[in-house]
Design a protein around this ligand. Structure first.
Ligand SMILES: [Zn+2]
Length: 305
């Protein structure tokens, strides 16, 4: 039998082998995706009293604003901090969880309900690094809160990290993946740093006050935005949290940080309706006070009820 004839005879076998191989790859991929590559919690569990969890995320009640403390082993991150008069609340809270220094302070964007308390926090404890957005000259914030933050950074000689969408940063056992801002804009809400914090299989999305435009850019970039817990953007405003963004994050728990009877009517009823429609459990600092979520690298636990 010459080579040509042999090849002709083997052709159906080669085709069958190729089809089987493709099928096997498809099944393996389906199982991998089905298991979510072992990532994320499928439900939020009640935290057990007297149990120490390695990761704690505190959405501190700072009234109308955001003030979040992350503590994992010896690593401490602070995200925003609320208005200037909330500095004491934040410092007392940090002390209550035995945090005596901050590895990274993340200033999501330069509005006072986010960075107002920063100078007071910096005055009370050492801050090794600050993550912020880089602004070109034309969009450089000129507010008092921003100036005070700049002075505090200089006084502490903190390292400044400019967040870049698509980049990953590591602080001790924690990984931060930055998704926004994708583009510079004069709208500071849409300049909010949006990032996912990961500890083992625990994932938390932080959004500052990013609005629909920023969400659309993140979705357009095709980032994998899934996270167990979502800090609802802009205190639950309806100008944030599109259905597409919420479905892309697909959280098991959402947290809204806002003040009692605030002037903006946050959270907006459209946002709450969307969370209810999507079957996402949520807590809000105006009703629940400080919201505490723990992680053990596998599951997510919510303190109290
Ligand atoms: Zn805000």
């Amino acid at each position: 039998m010459d080579k040509k004839a042999l090849l002709k005879k083997l052709k159906p076998l080669i085709i069958v082998a190729a089809v089987v191989l493709i099928a096997v790859i498809a099944v393996v991929n389906a199982i991998r995706i089905g298991l979510g590559e072992g990532r994320r919690a499928s439900e939020v569990l009640p935290a057990q009293p007297d149990t120490e969890y390695p990761l704690a995320v505190y959405y501190v009640d700072v009234g109308q604003g955001d003030g979040i403390v992350v503590k994992c082993e010896d690593t401490v991150l602070v995200i925003d901090g609320g208005e200037r008069e909330e500095a004491d609340t934040m410092v007392r809270f940090l002390e209550s969880v035995d945090a005596d220094q901050i590895d990274c302070y993340i200033a999501t964007h330069p509005h006072s309900d986010h960075i107002g308390a920063a100078a007071g926090i910096f005055a009370a404890m050492n801050v090794r690094a600050v993550m912020m957005t880089s602004f070109s000259e034309i969009n450089m914030p000129t507010t008092k809160s921003f100036e005070r933050l700049q002075t505090a950074i200089e006084n502490r000689k903190s390292e400044v990290i400019f967040a870049e969408a698509g980049e990953t940063y590591t602080f001790g056992p924690l990984t931060l993946e930055v998704f926004a801002p994708v583009e510079e804009t004069a709208d500071y809400n849409n300049m909010s740093i949006v990032f996912r914090l990961t500890y083992g299989k625990n994932t938390f999305m932080f959004t500052g006050d990013a609005a629909l435009e920023s969400e659309a850019l993140m979705l357009y970039r095709g980032y994998d935005l899934r996270a167990d817990v979502l800090k609802v953007a802009h205190h639950g405003s309806s100008s944030s949290t599109s259905r597409d963004f919420l479905e892309a994050v697909d959280p098991v728990l959402a947290v809204i940080s806002c003040g009692k009877n605030n002037d903006n009517g946050h959270p907006h009823r459209e946002t709450l309706a969307l969370l209810n429609e999507e079957g996402i459990e949520y807590r809000r600092t105006d009703e629940n006070g400080t919201v505490t979520v723990y992680g053990d690298g596998r599951n997510i636990f919510l303190k109290g009820d």
